[in-house]
Design a protein around this ligand. Structure first.
Ligand SMILES: Cc1cc2nc3c(=O)[nH]c(=O)nc-3n(C[C@H](O)[C@H](O)[C@H](O)COP(=O)(O)OP(=O)(O)OC[C@H]3O[C@@H](n4cnc5c(N)ncnc54)[C@H](O)[C@@H]3O)c2cc1C
Ligand SMILES: *[C@@H]1O[C@H](CO)[C@@H](O)[C@H](O)[C@H]1NC(C)=O
Ligand SMILES: *[C@@H]1O[C@H](CO)[C@@H](O)[C@H](O)[C@H]1NC(C)=O
Ligand SMILES: *[C@@H]1O[C@H](CO)[C@@H](O)[C@H](O)[C@H]1NC(C)=O
Ligand SMILES: *[C@@H]1O[C@H](CO)[C@@H](O)[C@H](O)[C@H]1NC(C)=O
Ligand SMILES: *[C@@H]1O[C@H](CO)[C@@H](O)[C@H](O)[C@H]1NC(C)=O
Ligand SMILES: *[C@@H]1O[C@H](CO)[C@@H](O)[C@H](O)[C@H]1NC(C)=O
Ligand SMILES: *[C@@H]1O[C@H](CO)[C@@H](O)[C@H](O)[C@H]1NC(C)=O
Ligand SMILES: *[C@@H]1O[C@H](CO)[C@@H](O)[C@H](O)[C@H]1NC(C)=O
Ligand SMILES: *[C@@H]1O[C@H](CO)[C@@H](O)[C@H](O)[C@H]1NC(C)=O
Ligand SMILES: *[C@@H]1O[C@H](CO)[C@@H](O)[C@H](O)[C@H]1NC(C)=O
Ligand SMILES: *[C@@H]1O[C@H](CO)[C@@H](O)[C@H](O)[C@H]1NC(C)=O
Ligand SMILES: *[C@@H]1O[C@H](CO)[C@@H](O)[C@H](O)[C@H]1NC(C)=O
Length: 512
């Protein structure tokens, strides 16, 4: 039950045929209540501005944004999701789904004021079919809950990202990368069917055999085509692995540039194609305890018996690490380790404590197999990190995630498997900057982070870089976003948007 301020509450009464005033249940009267009454009549109990929980319910993960939704609803089933979509469509109110609410641009709130946010928090059902090993996952689940449930129910697993609080809805909708993705694919690639509510309120199933276009579009450009209420996915045997990290704390920018070139060559060396079970990253972070002020760390996960021999080829070029870490882990321990949880697997259950929020800007680059970075580009990037990067109040971090290589499942499903549009990626780069806007303005912090990507791109002018929609850049227009996230799929996606949502009921500033 959501509480409304008394100023908005009037006791609503009607004159019955007997001529007497009969008090009905207290309804909320508003200036123009067609839309809100529609939601209430569907049993949706909308949270509106002025309600005691409104501020918390409308607070996004990224505190840089402060959008004011017209209403937030918490449907308990897909019929109620459908009713909410119809209320929005009939009253000209734009609609957005919220799964985990971790969009970097707060797009679950629409990316502007006045939208209806359909929060899927109550759609948290989970099951595994023991004979097919498929999972059914309500769209309100978070990654931590999914990992924990699959482990607890038959030691099953999926490839997914590291933050336990990230929602399945956005993660799967826009791709979804984790260290096992080179073996098992992106989260979206592991989905075999969805239940989705379209702009007309229809509740459809979509898969590679039913509503196939819709399924293709929703797995990759998922926030544009409807509200996914349920995912059916494959699962995998949860494997033990070894986590490793080799950290260099006293590189010069020149050594770090050569280190990145060595990492890039190792990542896609035709003489030594990497096993799909190797998950590989490179982290670059400011580090005041490092002599150089920056830590350069190659990490990942692999089979215990193979890790030292495999990584020796790269370490021959990188030199002797200042720190080496290897830790053999059961599957669930690796999930906890990547989430940086020291507190036992119960902490993966996101219903036990709320997440922390952040004030930040982030953006990304995909480096393709065909056009790897050249030395001018890696030099400029490292000069930025080891120069201005050591003298800023922006708390930045950079993650390089290996996607490709000849044996990668991400690559080998083919360019048009679903609408995710970077099957040619060798690796992604995420540039993330967290800051207090009492210390540095949003504009200056954003310029600082964008300077990293500019250093890379300006020094490789003939390459057009794609980017990753799950690291959505809040500064892009729709046109730029389509070029970066869906360069070869924009035409087909726009046609499908016209077909499934001609009135743009589902809308954010970057939709089709
Ligand atoms: C701390 C952190 C760590 C991360 N780590 C990784 C990582 O390791 N790998 C990786 O790939 N990504 C990672 N991400 C990015 C993450 O995948 C995206 O932010 C993701 O889109 C968040 O999903 P959400 O459901 O929580 O967000 P939301 O804000 O709820 O949704 C994001 C977008 O998807 C739409 N949407 C949500 N649910 C649905 C639905 N059911 N149907 C249709 N549209 C929907 C929303 O309207 C919005 O446009 C990370 C993010 C954070 C904050
Ligand atoms: C705020 O909202 C979150 C969900 O978005 C919920 O988990 C939390 O309990 C709420 N906090 C309060 C104080 O209502
Ligand atoms: C900092 O950001 C918050 C949230 O966006 C905003 O309300 C506040 O006005 C900003 N403060 C400054 C000094 O810019
Ligand atoms: C569906 O959820 C709505 C509210 O979210 C509720 O009013 C309705 O009774 C539910 N229907 C079923 C069949 O559970
Ligand atoms: C009330 O809403 C309707 C339809 O949503 C709109 O046409 C009308 O102008 C609104 N009236 C006022 C007073 O805002
Ligand atoms: C599991 O899947 C099989 C094969 O599709 C099906 O026959 C069975 O009914 C399913 N079990 C449950 C509990 O849904
Ligand atoms: C999380 O905890 C709640 C409350 O104890 C429980 O109902 C739910 O099943 C747990 N979820 C998982 C995935 O273990
Ligand atoms: C969707 O699939 C489910 C489960 O197989 C089924 O119960 C439901 O009727 C299907 N819905 C439609 C609209 O076909
Ligand atoms: C770091 O490297 C510099 C040379 O680049 C060297 O002079 C210095 O001793 C090194 N510091 C440590 C702690 O290794
Ligand atoms: C791999 O190397 C580390 C030290 O670098 C060592 O501690 C570990 O035992 C080695 N693992 C195997 C399986 O040889
Ligand atoms: C560990 O998790 C429990 C339950 O979620 C929580 O109450 C406790 O504060 C956590 N402890 C630490 C040290 O984070
Ligand atoms: C560090 O940044 C401050 C403020 O931007 C600037 O005044 C100073 O010159 C910089 N120091 C170096 C060594 O670049
Ligand atoms: C970029 O392409 C143009 C035209 O193909 C060529 O003249 C130029 O040398 C290229 N620049 C670089 C840096 O490769």
């Amino acid at each position: 039950m959501h509480l409304y301020p008394t100023s908005l509450v009037l006791l609503y009464a009607v004159t019955t045929s007997l001529g007497a005033w009969t008090p009905l249940r207290p309804l909320v009267r508003r200036d123009n209540n067609t839309f809100l009454d529609c939601l209430e009549q569907a049993g949706l109990d909308p949270v509106v501005e002025g309600a005691t929980t409104y501020a918390n319910d409308s607070k996004p993960f990224n505190l840089r944004f402060n959008y004011k939704p017209a209403a937030i609803v918490y449907p308990k089933n897909s019929t109620a999701v459908s009713a909410a979509v119809r209320c929005g469509a009939q009253n000209g109110v734009k609609v957005n789904a919220r799964s985990g609410g971790h969009s970097y641009a707060a797009y679950a709130l629409g990316g502007e004021d006045g939208h209806l946010t359909v929060s899927l928090d109550n759609l948290r059902h989970l099951s595994v079919n023991g004979s097919t090993n498929t999972a059914t996952i309500g769209a309100g689940n978070r990654l931590g809950d999914v990992a924990l449930y699959l482990w607890d129910n038959g030691k099953r697993a999926m490839a997914h990202g590291t933050c336990p609080y990230v929602g399945i809805g956005g993660h799967a909708g826009q791709g979804g990368f984790g260290l096992p993705s080179r073996a098992w694919g992106l989260f979206a690639d592991q989905v075999t069917s969805i239940e989705i509510v379209t702009a007309d309120g229809a509740i459809l199933n979509a898969s590679t055999t039913e509503n196939t276009d819709l399924f293709w579009a929703a797995m990759g450009a998922g926030s544009n085509f409807g509200i996914i209420t349920e995912f059916t996915t494959v699962t995998h045997d949860a494997l033990d692995s070894v986590a490793f990290a080799y950290t260099f704390t006293n590189y010069t920018a020149e050594e770090a540039s050569n280190g990145l070139l060595a990492w890039q060559k190792f990542a896609n060396d035709p003489e030594n194609p990497l096993d799909a079970n190797l998950g590989l990253q490179l982290h670059i972070d400011p580090d005041s305890s490092a002599p150089s002020g920056v830590s350069f760390s190659v990490s990942g996960s692999y089979y215990e018996a193979k890790v030292n021999a495999t990584m020796a080829a790269l370490l021959a070029d990188l030199g002797t690490p200042d720190k080496t870490m290897t830790q053999t882990q059961r599957w669930i321990a690796s999930v906890l380790y990547l989430a940086d949880i020291q507190n036992g697997s119960h902490a993966l259950n996101t219903t036990t404590a709320p997440d922390e929020r952040d004030h930040f800007y982030a953006t990304s680059t995909f480096v393709s197999e065909q056009e790897p970075l050249g030395k001018p580009s890696t030099d400029a990037l490292m000069q930025y990190f080891y120069g201005p990067g050591t003298n800023t109040t922006v708390g930045w971090f950079i993650i390089f995630d290996l996607y490709g290589g000849a044996k990668s499942a991400i690559k080998n499903v083919g360019a048009d498997f679903n609408s995710f549009d970077a099957r040619d990626a060798l690796y992604s780069i995420q540039y993330y900057g967290s800051y207090s806007n009492s210390t540095i303005s949003d504009a200056d912090a954003i310029t600082f982070i964008q300077g990293m990507k500019a250093a890379l791109e300006d020094n490789q002018p003939n390459t057009t870089f794609k980017e990753y929609a799950n690291y959505i850049d809040s500064t892009y227009s729709a046109e730029v976003a389509h070029q970066k996230y869906y360069p070869t799929h924009t035409e087909r996606l726009t046609k499908l948007k016209d077909q499934y949502d001609p009135d743009r009921v589902f809308h954010n500033p970057q939709d089709f």
